[in-house]
Design a protein around this ligand. Sequence first.
Ligand code: IPE
Length: 266
Amino acid sequence: MIKFGGGLITNKSKMCTPDLGIIDQLVGVVVKCLDSGMKVIVVHGAGSFGHLRSKHWRLQEGLIEDIEITPQDDCKSQKMAVSIVRNEMLTLNSIIVEAFSKQGVSSITLPPHKWAKNTGSNFHGEILETFTTDKDVAITFGDVVDCDEGEFGILSGDDLVVRICQDVPNVSRLVFAIKGVDGILRRPPELATSSDLIENWSPSVEFKGVHNKEIDVTGGIGLKAHRGAEVAALGIQVLIVNGEYPDRIYRACTGLPTRGTQIFSE
Ligand code: IPE
């Protein structure tokens, strides 16, 4: 299973801007994995396709009665924002699907707002049934989903990966491909040197991760690390690697040693 971080596949500070070069590179890695006999599930994030508008309309808090939020030219309410963000995510997804099909790979897209309800890794949804496919790759992504409380909320790709790893049998590895850092660092990236990479991380190891609350409505690297530890507890190898180096991602996916952080449950 591979998570394409939203910050990696988009320019995170510029509304709805994909990084087509990176997307092609990531798809190339998946193609190599398929060629070497692996099966691959792809989960992708939102980056500037979901976070900016979700943040503006506080979608992660659910429906808020009587809020006063500055309307945008194309969006006047939280409910409109829900449907716009869903469409923005479908647009980002279609760019990824297109990149797969250009490289000869068939895929099926499983938008969470169509099959999942509630947020967090114990959301409602029939994973096994949903992810059974004869296509080369199944793809899903962080999305705005319906919720029992608050009408809607944001289901992060980092929560999706946990549940998919729990419910789909025989997942051997989970790789998070992220932007700008080689893994979990001991110090904030702007202060870190190459020796600050934590090669083996478990929840007892402290670190100063970045979570850009101005932009992110989900959890940043801290959420990834803790979700990763839950997955590692299932006996699945979990790695965080710098997504700008395709060779590292490929090596991580095949279980070969590479620069990055391996996550352990304890
Ligand atoms: C966020 O999903 C989904 C929306 C904001 C709609 P993720 O939490 O998986 O996204 P990234 O990887 O942080 O962009």
